[in-house]
Design a protein. Structure first.
Length: 85
């Protein structure tokens, strides 16, 4: 209930950059460092281990119906991409 519904927009932005960052050698290290630097943020119940945090995040994205609703609200309604994207 305390999640920030706009965070899904950041995930959408990262997904849109996938083809650009996939071949960038420093991206994985940057993502790891950012995850480590974010340890302790996000409130209680958020795993401190970055790998566990990513696993929990993916589980939420696959199973939490609220994320789908937030995606509809903050990505599809705000996107400048055409309907095929």
């Amino acid at each position: 209930m305390d999640d920030n519904p706009t965070i899904i927009r950041h995930l959408h932005d990262l997904a849109a950059l996938e083809s650009t960052i996939a071949g960038t050698s420093g991206f994985a290290a940057l993502a790891r460092k950012t995850a480590e630097d974010d340890t302790g943020r996000g409130g209680q119940g958020v795993p401190s281990n970055p790998k566990e945090r990513f696993t929990a995040m993916l589980d939420l994205l696959h199973n939490d119906k609220l994320w789908a609703s937030e995606y509809e609200t903050f990505v599809l309604q705000v996107s400048f991409a055409g309907p095929a994207r």
